[in-house]
Design a protein around this ligand. Sequence first.
Ligand code: DHB
Length: 309
Amino acid sequence: MDLSTTIAGVKFPSCLMNASGALCVTGEELESLGRSRSGAIVTKSMTLEPRQGNPEPRYVRIAGGSINSMGLPNLGYKTYAELIPQLKRFNKPVIASVAGLCEDDFIAIAETITQSLPDLIEINLSCPNIPGKPQIGYDPEDSERLLHRVRKIITVPMGVKLPPYFDPAHHSIMAKVIKRTGVDFLNLINSVGNGLVVDPGRESVVIKPKGGFGGLGGALIKPVALANVHAFWRLLGESCPIIGTGGVVGGMDAFEHFLCGASAVQIGTQLVEEGISVFERVERELVGVLEAKSYRSPGECRGRLKELS
Ligand code: DHB
């Protein structure tokens, strides 16, 4: 079975990798991803300044997934710019995830990080957890202006991590923005933002930041992730490869993402819960699923989701 994949001209040894945020903040965590079966090393979304993130508790496992409001804890872009060249020795693509607290932050980070030559850069337009900062991806005009600006600076393949959309009109507007701004790949989806989990025993919320509101991840968001992958696949097709993120717990979940149009998948909540060995298990399961269906690679089933007649 060939589990390799190509995204925006970059070859990945495996189509399974970590989602940004999961076990990818420190140099040690990034090296551990390098030694693992992950098909890439994806960094935590980096900001201009190093950040401690929001007060704890800020990540809690819930039935079927997780809620978090981490608040972008990361080492700051200068440290990642130094780490990235060292991560090359693991012979798998490095994806630098870039966030910002304002539009000019993205520009400043992009200028330096593109020169450290990650294999790809992901522009995160969908962090839901910074108090007082709306998700840029929910404003198509802000998104377009920002993407035009970073596209002029970034010299490696550039992708965008988008929040989930819940209306076909929004998919169609954003697909046009993606086409006009020369985006090379999409990562769909970020966490389902601003959910609220209640502990009825304590009669309270379960995470501290933002009054308990936080991003949802894990199995419970899979239908939303698949809907977004398939909607953008139908609008953009092969012209813009998609990394499917959301609800990948086992090999069958990855297969469903491929049917919907994904070229690779990322694992977030389940990586946090299970640890780095998750890649071996999901890989084994995915090989089993594909073999049972006589597919020779994930690419062979990509986008082949059937409708009912
Ligand atoms: C965080 C959460 C996100 O969903 C994201 O895209 C970036 C950062 C966070 O809270 O750290």
